[in-house]
Design a protein around this ligand. Structure first.
Ligand code: ZN
Length: 236
């Protein structure tokens, strides 16, 4: 099951990677996949994972990476704020999504049976769950904006602000997550009323479909971001 999800995430990453990376090669030391566009004007680059200095040559249409040196003065910040901040949206978002599906099931159930919310056990908890979902979404989005900022600082300090396509990919996915996440947050206010979905008009039905579509897309982008981030730090 988990390997199937990872295959799906890999396929999603590859859609962006193929366009963004162009031709790729693997670091001879840590085997991180890198773009040929990551080299500087001297055809040299520092591997963002293991820190070796690679000189890239093209021979008979094949890239031949040669290790010249190791970056020994890499900044190692004591407080790694970026990986810390990353885990807040990653931890909260799945709970918010589960809560939203729970409220969807209750709304469909009561609508189908024609019963009121009061007939449902734990009815008083429904508005509380509604507020919690909104709060988790809000914190996750604010935390992801902080993650983005700390990521940019990390990139400037730890990676010397060098251009890496893997970091460009992370920046694109972060922007996408922020946009989709904000859309989900706005639709949450439209879809739910005291924790229940009305389904009493076409707008309500369409907004619900849009809400859950955006919610699942944001969750998927977030998982992909975590996957790419983990790849940059730990390799394969
Ligand atoms: Zn490497």
């Amino acid at each position: 099951m988990l390997s199937d999800i990872m295959k799906l995430v890999d396929k999603f990453v590859n859609i962006f990677k193929k366009r963004l990376y162009g031709r790729t090669f693997f670091c001879p030391v840590c085997h991180l996949e890198l773009s040929c566009h990551d080299t500087d004007e001297n055809e040299c680059m520092v591997c963002p994972l293991c820190g070796v200095v690679i000189e890239l040559h093209e021979t008979y249409g094949h890239f031949v990476p040669i290790v010249n040196d190791v970056e020994i003065n890499r900044v190692q910040p004591k407080a790694r704020l970026h990986p810390l901040a990353t885990h807040l949206p990653l931890g909260l978002f799945p709970f918010a999504l589960l809560g939203a599906f729970y409220l969807l099931i209750i709304s469909v159930y009561t609508k189908t049976l024609g019963t009121g919310i009061s007939a449902f056990p734990f009815a008083s908890s429904i508005p509380v769950i509604d507020n919690l979902i909104f709060l988790f979404l809000l914190i996750a989005i604010i935390a992801s904006a902080l993650t983005f900022l700390t990521g940019v600082i990390d990139w400037k300090k730890r990676y010397g602000g060098r251009s890496y396509r893997v970091i460009t990919l992370k920046i694109i996915l972060s922007g996408l997550f922020l946009a989709v996440g904000l859309g989900t947050l706005a639709l949450h206010l439209v879809v739910f009323e005291a924790g229940m979905i009305g389904f009493d008009s076409l707008i309500s039905v369409l907004a619900t479909i849009g809400y859950f579509g955006l919610f699942c897309a944001a969750m998927f982008i977030l998982a992909t971001l975590g996957h790419v981030g983990g790849y940059l730090v730990f390799g394969k």
